[in-house]
Design a protein around this ligand. Structure first.
Ligand SMILES: [Zn+2]
Length: 755
């Protein structure tokens, strides 16, 4: 994932993400002081955050920042930002691009500085004080930004500039800034009549109630449908510790002497592969799958139907045909038809793979002397057996080849040097927020300074889970700033005196996060809000995924994956085994995700009239089923990762990730197609790197993403390489063992072509 801190900040900023300060974190003096016509006095800030940092490239000076500084700095920075906005509104001159759009872009710089450092710390090195400030400041920031996005006087100025755009001479980047600023206001409701605003308000209130109720019901349904059994024997297959934990859970719930297994949020449950008793497996699966459709108090079906209807009605007030079209205005895919068409293309190969995998599992079941057809509650038990037999990979055999510093410096940095000519110089002069954080100067091919890189690898209690990248300072030609970027990971730290080895997953993550960093370092934008990784949600994960290609590229591997004791390079068989294992069981693993993404898009591409016709539980069930079955997917064989009735990502808050679950699939398509381009064009070369940098990595959010991709690949993105990489169709580089090899029973469906 990326930009956790900024995402958090942006979440706080709601629809007004681009209204200055929020995504604008580069440093300079407050721009409004330059405006001769400003009639509103801008207060001067005080304290550390009032001015840009004195350190190289304005890197944050952690020696001068203490926890107690944040709240007063936030308050002061919001007050200054408000004064800057007032100055824009009260400017006696006619609205222009410079005095309105650029002025908005450059407002809130102090707020940007405070937020950047604050959210970096709450993510990577928090404490109770910072957490308390976070809880207090979040709603206040949200209200602060909302007050601008809903300000009619401010919008009138933005609209005046926008309406005059055909007569203006602008760079493409200026035009993008204008378009995005205007669209953000429009999507926040600036164009609505008073009556429509009232209606939106009423819908928002009801959406807030219904989505909260949805998440509470899902929570209760999940808790109340724990599996309960009477005897230890029924849980055979689980470890003694797991069975003891089940006894404890039952006792806690007032069922002393029984055994309980709590449900997880997904359809599949982690205990299912281990449970030997098939009836118990079936019970556990059905409790999970039917948790919120039991006709009791926790049934969410009428509620989710209402949410879908409310969203469709809200979209209609904005002149959009459906909710997905309303929320996707700033995405690469832009509308639900594109996203649906993309997913529907995968269905034939996916459905065929699912049937093939089911046939394989049925053989495994039969080989074990059992007599039944595989069902979802059996799937992972038998898939795990096949996986163990074919791809068993001892993590401890792999780890000695992956020493952390070598992975970073001889792997990640080496690939960046070969592709882009970058060089890296470790430095010791910059203050860091934790002693295990290291810093590097990043130099461009010509030796000039490109930026500063902070690497924060280790897990600790003060850090939240996952891995992310963000900027301390954004690149901006307007401000004359260069990128200062950090990567945060959660790698378990080795004991004192032990070599710092990492898993293959972590190796991938290190390459992935550095892919985001490259996107930031190569930024070449005038405006910070369009700079580097400030791109669409269904685009931002693309460059980072592409960078993972180099983790297993032979020339790169030879340079970094060396045994920490013997210096021997990792054997090719180990890498092949890892890559082959990645193609196993994709009909299910990938299929359940595609199905969830399809459900998300199907619910959110309904018109208000269509949505209004789905109200009863039976109608919800029928729509869910037909959404997938009409495409040829067998919901009873491979059910979606989340059923509509407990799909918290899309129904548990007013907008959330609704009409957005497809994003990871989409960026994976771009990624796999791009990897194919690299491999077909000679792989790890400066020419390839420079071309990718020129066409994609240096473009930030300044142009149409399809055009960007076409400039890079010479064609539109294609779903085929992703299907190949997932093993759903034959082909692709380093083709893995096809799971149907010699295993395909007579009469089973073979591999369908995708198109
Ligand atoms: Zn990412």
């Amino acid at each position: 994932m990326i930009l956790a801190n900024r995402t958090k900040l942006l979440a706080a900023c709601a629809a007004s993400a681009l209204l200055g300060g929020c995504a604008t974190m580069a440093e300079d003096r407050p721009a409004m002081n330059n405006s001769p016509a400003a009639t509103v006095a801008i207060p001067q800030g005080t304290g550390y955050f009032a001015q840009p940092s004195d350190l190289p490239l304005q890197a944050p000076d952690f020696t001068k920042i203490s926890d107690g500084d944040f709240l007063p700095a936030f308050e002061q920075a919001m007050m200054i930002h408000k004064a800057e906005i007032e100055a824009i509104k009260n400017n006696p001159e006619a609205p222009t691009f410079a005095n309105t759009i650029v002025a908005l872009e450059t407002s809130g710089r102090m707020l940007g500085r405070v937020s950047t450092v604050f959210y970096a710390l709450t993510g990577a090195n928090t404490n109770d004080t910072l957490d308390a400030i976070d809880a207090e400041i979040g709603p206040r920031l949200s209200a602060h930004y909302d007050s601008f996005s809903l300000d009619p006087v401010l919008f009138d100025r933005v609209k005046a500039v926008y309406d005059n755009r055909a007569a203006m001479s602008m760079t493409p980047e200026d035009a993008t800034l204008l378009e995005e600023t205007y669209q953000d206001f429009v999507h926040a409701g600036a164009m609505l009549t008073e009556a429509q605003k009232e209606e939106v308000k009423a819908i928002n209130t009801r959406l807030s109630e219904t989505t909260t109720e949805f998440s509470q019901k899902v929570r209760d349904a999940t808790n109340e449908n724990a599996l309960v059994v009477d005897t230890r024997e029924e849980l055979a297959g689980l470890s003694d510790d797991e069975i003891d934990a089940a006894a404890k859970l039952a006792a806690e719930r007032g069922m002393e002497g029984k055994f309980a297994i709590a449900l997880q949020n997904t359809t599949q449950q982690p205990s299912l592969p281990s449970l030997e008793n098939r009836d118990v497996r079936e019970r556990l699966f059905k409790l999970s799958y039917n948790r919120a459709v039991m006709g009791d108090d926790n049934d969410t079906r009428t509620l989710l139907a209402e949410i879908a209807t409310l969203r469709a009605r809200k979209a209609a007030l904005f002149g959009e045909p459906d909710w997905a079209s309303y929320v996707m205005y700033d995405r690469m895919a832009e509308n639900p038809r594109t996203a649906l068409g993309f997913m529907e293309q995968m269905v034939p190969a996916l459905a065929a793979t699912q049937r093939r995998e089911a046939a394989l599992l049925n053989q495994q079941i039969e080989a074990g002397g059992e007599d039944f057809e595989v069902k979802p509650w059996d799937w992972y038990r038998y898939a795990e057996q096949v996986r163990k037999a074919r791809y068993d990979l001892d993590e401890n055999a792999v780890k000695p080849y992956f020493e952390l510093t070598s992975v970073l410096e001889d792997g990640v940095f080496y690939a960046a040097n070969k592709l882009y000519g970058l060089t890296f110089e470790k430095r010791t002069d910059l203050p860091v927020y934790h002693p295990t954080v290291t810093t590097y100067t990043v130099r461009d091919a010509d030796g000039s300074e490109l930026g500063i890189f902070y690497f924060d690898p280790f897990q600790r209690p003060s850090k939240r889970g996952g891995a992310w990248m963000s900027n301390f300072v954004d690149q901006s030609h307007l401000y004359g700033t260069k990128p200062v970027i950090y990567n945060v990971l959660n790698i378990p730290q080795a004991a004192e005196g032990q070599p710092q080895l990492v898993s293959f997953d972590n190796v991938n993550t290190i390459f992935h996060e550095f892919g985001h960093a490259l996107h930031g370092f190569f930024a070449d934008q005038r405006y910070a809000s369009l700079s580097g990784t400030a791109t669409a949600r269904d685009f931002v994960e693309y460059p980072s995924q592409v960078n993972e290609l180099w983790a297993t590229y032979p020339e790169v591997l030879r340079n970094y994956a060396k045994h920490y004791q013997t210096g021997e390079t990792i054997p090719a068989e180990l890498i092949e085994k890892i890559e082959a294992a990645a193609k196993f069981n994709q009909g299910y693993d990938f299929g359940e995700v595609v199905e969830a993404a399809l459900l998300d898009m199907k619910w959110h591409s309904l018109s208000p009239e269509e949505a209004a016709r789905i109200t009863t539980p039976a109608q919800v069930d029928a729509y869910e089923r037909s959404s997938l079955e009409d495409l040829g997917l067998e919901i009873d064989l491979v059910p979606p990762r989340y059923r509509s009735s407990y799909f918290n990502h899309i129904f548990s808050n007013p907008a959330g990730y609704s009409a957005g679950y497809y994003s990871y699939l989409w960026t994976e398509m771009l990624d796999r197609d791009s990897r194919k381009w690299f491999l077909e064009n000679g792989g790890l070369t400066r020419a390839n790197g420079d071309h990718y940098r020129e066409t994609v990595l240096s473009r930030g959010g300044t142009m149409d993403y399809f055009e960007m991709f076409e400039n890079f690949a010479g064609r539109q993105p294609d779903v085929q390489p992703m299907l190949e990489a997932r093993g759903l169709v034959p082909g692709g580089e380093g083709e893995a063992e096809d799971i149907s090899d010699g295993e395909l029973p007579a009469g089973a469906t073979g591999i369908d072509p995708v198109e």
